[in-house]
Design a binder for this molecule. Sequence first.
Ligand code: TXA
Ligand code: MG
Length: 317
Amino acid sequence: MVLIAAPTPDSIARAANVLTSGGLLGLPTETVYGLGANALDGVAVARIFEAKGRPAFNPLIVHVADASAAENYAEFSDEARMLAAVLWPGPLTMILPRKADCGISDLVTAGLNSIAIRVPAHKVARDILKAAGVPVAAPSANISGTLSPTTPQHVADGLGDKVDLIIGGGAAEFGLESTVIDMTGDMPVILRPGAVTPDDVARVLDVTPQIDDGDKGDAPKSPGQLLRHYAPRTKVRLGVLQPEAGEGYLAFGPCLIKGDHVKNLSEKSDLFEAAANLFNYLHIMDKGGFTGIAVAPIPDEGLGLAINNRLKRAAEA
Ligand code: TXA
Ligand code: MG
């Protein structure tokens, strides 16, 4: 049985040791739980792909303790530095030109000449990164294409013995993966919506980034834009006001439908609360023995963009 350890100085030292000795670590971040390995160690990184059953072309995010560590692996433009100064640590991943000879395994970047990098805000994640002293490649700690984990138990349930150690750090604050922004072109482009919104970026850069999350059907810029993703086993239906008999119902906002088959993402229509509950409630519904999961309409604005982006993927048959 894989161990879920509370974050003590002792367990954080053990976590750092798992990383530096080529192991796989389940670690908390403010977005979702990550499956971490030393990004300099190609064999350790390969174990991530194997454990997740992840297509090898899908590159991973490198996590570092602070922006100055990030400069070892990526070329920062002035704009990227401004974003880092204001929005890191936090739920923002930047795609930047990869520094030549930076030592990051090619498996992490899937052979691209760009690199995805972020400084997580979760204190336990930062303590682990500081203690390990290596950049950590970490996708969400789940089997590829299934729901992202927002609690240590989700990690243990999904990956079991494939992970060497899990450090607990509570339920993930945001419950949605980080915003991915491509900073390699002339204009910033959001490839994956998340808790950092286009407006947050616009406040820093004075330009509103385009959103290109792959829904237009053109070739995906980010391999993670693959349509069926974040999917429970049970069929998902979106924009539903009245569930059918046998369906579980994920409500949003004030709702007259009551019963054991209903869970409300946020009774007070709070998108942050809904995002934080989303994957956990989908996990619960998926285990509920329903014929399908019906989901109420979620406003397509602010954090709702990110929630709907995940829901569309969950609903893809
Ligand atoms: O919140 C998060 O970002 C979580 C936690 C653990 O930090 N991690 C996460 O990683 O969601 P992952 O591997 O599930 O998602 C990485 C995303 C994928 O959509 C991938 O295609 C994209 O980033 N990506 C990585 N490197 C890229 C690159 N060089 N160019 C374009 N997209 C890239
Ligand atoms: Mg993922």
